[in-house]
Design a protein around this ligand. Structure first.
Ligand SMILES: *Cc1c(COP(=O)(O)O)cnc(C)c1O
Length: 377
């Protein structure tokens, strides 16, 4: 999307605004499929749950990874409404519910859809049996998350040594074990995490098969890195490693799926905000904009993100601080941004803010989340 287009959108409809470019989403999806042809994509809706994004990815051929009942219903109802009146008899090929911990009420509500759900412990398995006995289950393994931006291995995943026993426990309860999954941590740039995880998963699948239970699905999770800057290796480099391991370790009859979130949407959105205040403190220019870390820039807090601000105006740059619109001190976008001298009313923008940005925006301090504009749908 061009700078001129961003300015036009901000001028016409006002700020703060997040502009989502669907041509970029389609390109990211196509690149993923091209580089990992054996892997079906289940887009992780929590990265950005905009209905328009679900539509674009569905049309491109994607399936979906949901992690709450509202996310499940969002996708389910979208698919159902495409074919009204038609009962969605089999949804595993379109939706996986990949949150290993689920409230009883959620399981109860999901059961009628015969969902595919993940688990990583015995308590959860008993709960699934009691409240969603028609579910198929996928066991989540704990795998190394070394060096990933967001670490998940202390929160989810069974010890690999317990995995085969947990498969057996599910079978003993009369539940079908349909898959094995893992997540290497979000924004994983240490590709050895994937290599190790694939080898661990292969060992579990082999042992389980040798005991008479073949598990048909391998779910390699999310974590595929977004190219926030040039030094992030491309999908192509990671795909070479993954393809090599999956061809070596997993027979062709094992269906392989992945749950990329960030890598499909991060680079597709740009935030545009307006300078609403200006001061000089301790000799340094300070700008206040009409967005905040409680809103579009929430990834700074929740996602360890960095979203460098850029000006549309030219001019000599100076180190400055940029703050959000709220009255909280935590609401600091940057203490060392390099921007030209800006006037109140000027626009600034930040790229690569499509994942875990507006998705985790709040209404703190009475400010509504930014408007979202979709282009090239
Ligand atoms: C959040 C999440 C994802 C998406 O992860 P990304 O790092 O954004 O690709 C995938 N699977 C599960 C289970 C998740 O919780």
């Amino acid at each position: 999307m061009s700078l001129r287009e961003l300015q036009r959108i901000a001028r016409e409809g006002g700020t703060p605004v997040v502009v989502v470019d669907h041509a970029v989403i389609r390109r990211n999806y196509a690149a993923f499929r091209r580089h990992l042809p054996r892997v079906q994509v289940y887009y992780a809706v929590k990265a950005n749950p905009e209905a328009a994004i679900i539509r674009t990815l569905y049309r491109a051929g994607a399936s979906f990874d949901v992690a709450s009942l509202p996310e499940f219903m969002l996708v389910y109802e979208y698919i159902r409404d495409l074919a009204p009146g038609e009962q969605q008899a089999f949804i595993w090929d379109k939706i996986i519910y990949a949150n290993p911990i689920k409230p009883r009420e959620t399981l109860e509500a999901l059961d009628r859809y015969k969902p595919l759900v993940t688990y990583d412990n015995l308590e959860e398995l008993r709960k699934i049996k009691a409240y969603a006995p028609h579910a198929g289950v996928v066991l989540r393994l704990r795998v190394p998350n070394t060096g990933s931006l967001v670490e998940l291995s202390s929160k989810f995943g069974c010890d690999p040594a317990e995995a085969v026993a947990l498969v057996k426990a599910a079978l003993d309860l009369g539940l079908g074990v349909e898959g094995l999954s893992f997540h290497v941590g979000s924004q994983c740039t240490n590709f050895e995490n994937f290599v190790q995880a694939l080898n661990m998963a292969s060992a579990v699948l082999n042992e389980s098969r040798s005991r008479g239970h073949a598990i048909p699905i391998l779910d390699i999770g999310g974590g595929f890195p977004a190219r926030y800057h040039r030094d992030v290796p491309s999908v192509a480099v990671l795909a070479r490693k993954i393809n090599h391991e999956i061809d070596r370790l997993f027979p062709k009859d094992i269906q392989i799926i992945a749950e990329p979130g960030r890598s499909l949407v991060a680079t597709a959105a740009t935030a545009v905000a307006r300078v609403i205040g200006k001061a000089r403190r301790d000799g340094r220019p300070c700008y206040y904009i009409d967005d905040s870390v409680y809103h579009t820039f929430s990834g700074i807090i929740f996602d360890h993100g960095r979203y460098p601000l850029q000006a549309f105006r030219e001019g000599p740059r100076e180190i400055c601080a940029v703050f959000g619109q709220t009255c909280d001190g935590l609401d600091t976008l940057s203490l060392s941004e390099e921007l030209p001298d800006l006037e109140i009313g000027d626009l600034v923008y930040a790229k690569n803010i499509g994942a875990y940005g507006s998705a985790s925006a709040t209404r703190f301090n009475g400010f509504a989340p930014a408007r979202v504009v979709h282009i090239h749908e």
